[in-house]
Design a protein around this ligand. Sequence first.
Ligand code: 4AD
Ligand code: MG
Length: 431
Amino acid sequence: MDVSIKKIADHLEKEVSIKGWVDNFRSSGKIAFIILRDGTGFIQNVLVKNEMSEEEFNSIKDLTYEDVIDIKGIVKENKRAPGGYEILVKQFKIIYHYDKEEYPIQKKDHGVDFLLNHRHLWLRSKKEFATIMIRDEIIKAIRDYMYENDYILLDSPILTPTAPEGTGSLFETDYFDTKAYLSQSGQLYQEAGIFAFRKTYCFGPTFRAEKSKTKKHLTEFWMIEPEIAFCDLNELMEIEEDFVIYIITRIIERQKNNLEILGRNIEDLKKITSPFYRISYTDAVKMVNDGGLKMEWGEDFGADEEAIVSNHFDKPVFIHRFPKKIKPFYMEDDPEDPKVVLGVDLIAPQGYGEIVGGSQRVHDLDKLLKNLKAAGLPEENYKWYIDLRKWGSVPHSGFGLGLERTVAWITGISHVRTAIPFPRMINRIYP
Ligand code: 4AD
Ligand code: MG
């Protein structure tokens, strides 16, 4: 039976068999090094001419990137080898070889557009591998947190008749004799869910036809959206903080190798402890103006404004109580100040920007009707949502955490486009 590279430490000084792909190799007549990838990790293989059959040793002269090989050898500790272990090879066989064309991704700097056009192959590279492995662990941590804290998974539909986050960023599609939109957010359906299950969540792809060409925007991204009955803004911030710390702790515990491959400073991640900072929108605007950028009260933060605020803090910061006119219809008013709503964004440190958006929701029937009207949204499209305020309405809150922005922040990569296997952006839908 083959062993996996991930578990190689369990086989120290033992003979193992591994099959996998050639990531890299070099040879000097008497000794050769092959970096092998088996889908669970990368390991260096050392081939010494005198220690194996001459025929097998000589066959490496035909080797190319992505050849599939089958090896047998002894696992050795080697502090200088990537990952700390290597295999001293005894038997070696090439079981798949293709040399009619050169492998497109060579060991040199390719432009990012070229790499994105070859994303189907680029995923095999070490850093892309490490990023996606961490993404997988983050997703697992998210689901575990929800399960351990009694949230019920309530999948929201992806084909929807309405626009929770404003009509400016909708993907429209024909739906028989009417129109449908790809979901911008599953939130409104979670609000139906909590009256049956108290705490629910959805976790799936969401779509925004945003014309933004920034390192934080995708047109298709994944969002986890928990919703909680009997929960106010302060409790919501506590939950968000607990949730984010849970995810970070898990990644520090289980993804050290992949964080190292990406050059992520683990000490920075260890600083992400309770409590996070909390400031009001109004104080944040002051901070931006003091920091040298002009911003009026009532405007939304752009990336530069956000960076000024987050640079004040070495941990995530909550910005709460935004002007009502820049936030969606479903946000509850602040009882102390009707100009602002009980919405909150969580801003990651080191310039990664907003990773979570959430709020306390309007639970009063008349107020909801007023807000819909003010937003120009026709009541008949929201009949079911209005029903939720008629029977058993209670104060409730929820949030959406953007998966790719969270992955980008935790892994330390510079752009959300490589935080997802196949990114969709304003000018990219291939491959
Ligand atoms: O702030 P947003 O728009 O909030 C909502 O959609 C709420 N309905 C969520 C809720 O309360 N249930 O989006 C939430 C998060 C953002 O903080 C960001 O992390 C991510 O989703 N996000 C994007 N990520 C990548 N590309 C985009 N275009 C994104 N737009 C939002
Ligand atoms: Mg937002």
